[in-house]
Design a protein around this ligand. Structure first.
Ligand code: 5GP
Length: 207
């Protein structure tokens, strides 16, 4: 009993660390741009804070450790770093959906269309059929959840492959946009480390 209590306590500390570190960074370095865009390029989207990524990776592992994840799926570019650090705790490969057509991407591919929140354009994401199969149990990881279009595109690819979706680990969810609600209503296990309830130039409030 004592051991269990201690473990719970330790888990709680780990959880608090990852979420608090991320929230502190958002508060101190995040910039709210027009159109509901949160700019976090000093630690997440351009320059990368590896200590923070490491805490986030550990936390995703704790949240999904009960499921037998065989692969992590993300989308280029910003999801890749977070997914790779997290993958070390799961000991599984990372597959990232490509946004560009490339000569290196040959053979059979799964594709899906994604409407970009930040660019306002629709683009095609591509994953080689070699790297996701019906045997896979997949955890999706991404940096942001806004309207949920990126997640819907990745889930579409998993459905085409017949793979099992374990859930999605998200660094920052903007709770005032509809993606999280819509996807949770479909029964998808979405775990976001920081959920922004409201934000403007003067303040950022978390759920
Ligand atoms: P969604 O598809 O959920 O509408 O948007 C998620 C994707 O758009 C993420 O992969 C992320 O790259 C980008 N994104 C959405 N909202 C934001 C934001 O406020 N800030 C940043 N930096 N990226 C965002």
């Amino acid at each position: 009993m004592l051991t269990l209590e201690k473990k719970d306590n330790e888990c709680q500390i780990g959880r608090d660390t990852a979420m608090q570190l991320l929230k502190d960074k958002i508060i101190s370095e995040g910039i709210v741009k027009a159109g509901g865009v949160l700019k976090v390029d000093s630690f997440l989207n351009h320059q990368i804070d590896i200590a923070l990524y490491n805490e986030m990776g550990k936390e995703f592992a704790r949240l999904f450790k009960e499921q037998e994840v065989t692969k992590i799926l993300t989308i280029e570019a910003s999801g890749i770093g977070i997914a790779c650090i997290a993958a070390q705790y799961f000991n599984v490969p990372v597959v990232f959906a490509k946004k560009m057509q490339s000569k290196n991407l040959d053979g059979d591919i799964y594709t899906s269309e994604v409407e970009s929140f930040t660019h306002g354009k629709t683009y095609t994401i591509r994953v080689s059929k070699k790297f996701i199969s019906s045997e896979d149990k997949v955890l999706i990881i991404d940096d942001f959840l806004a309207n949920g279009k990126a997640l819907v595109g990745l889930i579409d690819i998993l459905e085409q492959a017949g793979a099992t979706l374990i859930g999605a680990g998200i660094a920052i969810e903007k709770g005032f946009q509809e993606g999280g609600k819509l996807l949770r209503e479909k029964g998808i296990n979405i775990q976001s480390l920081a959920i922004v309830k409201e934000m403007d130039e003067n303040r950022i409030v978390f759920e």
